[in-house]
Design a protein around this ligand. Structure first.
Ligand code: ASP
Length: 327
């Protein structure tokens, strides 16, 4: 009798919780969703997020508002989402920095792998090594010589330790065996403004942020970090062609939710993300900016989790060899 009662108690609780989650799956979302970009407005992560959020809003029937929480290479914004209510109304769109920060930072306010639920991968995008328009060198080899000769005065912008621009700069320093002066910003949106204004000399940033400026001749491009040249920037050599053997970096983005967000919600968001990545407007704008949308099977919770795990393992030894950490 006791056992029966206990059994009944358990199954009743299970039934209530199943009812609650399936009801949630049907009604979500009922109000505005916030998607945190862990960098300043106007940069590449911001651009990707705004395009995807606009399209997902249409599919979900609720507005997704974008909130820029820049600083500390993306870790402030990630921390803000990790501690938000796990109800599906606060999300994070972050890039490769989610993986590199796990090793770069001795202490983080969140657990990278275990502190989030996963929605799916969003893009894959290469970087470009660029400089202010009037910097003298005309090719990558010249730029490297120039940077070595002026290592105390040449300034290299990045979006803080953990940003993609920081990772690319760190790889460049290792390849050149030279330390240079870095200038951290809350995102490469404001860093681009300073590059255009000539207040900073060099930057490595996603094509999402540099393609239009390179095409317009308002900044100089020395190399792309992709394995092959890009259709949009046919005159810009790959870093490999320009003399940096093996210098390849691909930046991926993913959408995360706070730990404990119901699977019905992350699955719904993943379906919506898949719709957005096929939206002709998103596809066309991404193409203009050399930004590839992730395939449908990648825009899933399992694919993002596997990617993050793989990328933490991939970059750990590289970061440890460079020996640069943040506290
Ligand atoms: N993606 C940039 C970086 O990692 C930051 C940004 O999106 O503003 O450097």
């Amino acid at each position: 009798m006791k056992t029966l009662k206990a059994l009944f108690g358990v199954s009743a609780a299970l039934a209530v919780s199943l009812l609650a989650t399936s009801a949630l799956g049907q009604t979500y979302p009922e109000r505005t969703i916030t998607m945190v970009v862990p960098f300043a407005a106007g940069g590449p992560t911001d651009t990707v997020t705004r395009l995807v959020a606009e399209s997902m809003s249409k599919d979900l029937g609720q507005q997704i508002v974008v909130e820029n929480v820049g600083g500390a290479g993306g870790t402030l914004g990630a921390g803000r989402v990790a501690s938000a209510d796990p109800d599906g109304y606060t999300l994070l769109l972050h890039h490769i920095g989610m993986a590199t920060s796990a090793t770069l930072y001795r202490k983080l306010a969140y657990d990278t792998l275990d502190g989030f639920e996963y929605v799916g991968l969003v893009t894959d995008v290469p970087m470009t090594i660029v400089a202010r328009k009037d910097l003298e060198p005309t090719d990558l080899k010249g730029l490297i010589d120039y940077m070595k000769a002026n290592k105390d005065t040449v300034t290299v912008a990045n979006a803080g330790i953990g940003a993609a621009s920081h990772l690319c700069g760190m790889l460049l320093m290792s390849a050149m065996e030279t330390q240079f002066v870095t200038v951290p910003y809350k995102g490469t949106g404001p860093a681009m403004t300073d590059l255009l204004g000539g207040q900073v000399d060099v930057m490595c940033d996603q094509t999402t942020n540099t393609t239009k400026q390179i095409q317009g001749g308002t900044i100089k491009a020395y190399a792309v970090t992709s394995p092959a040249r890009l259709d949009n920037l046919p005159d810009v050599p790959t870093a490999e062609e320009a003399g940096l053997a093996g210098f390849q970096v691909g930046i991926w983005h993913g959408i995360y939710a706070p730990k404990g967000t119901p699977a019905e919600v992350t699955e719904r968001l993943s379906k919506s993300l898949q719709v957005a990545l096929k939206d002709p407007n998103v596809v066309a704008r991404f193409a203009e900016l050399g930004t590839a949308p992730s395939a449908e099977e990648e825009a899933t919770p399992a694919a993002l989790k596997a990617k993050l795990e793989g990328e933490i393992a991939r970059w750990k030894p590289v970061i440890e060899a460079a020996g640069q950490y943040a506290d």
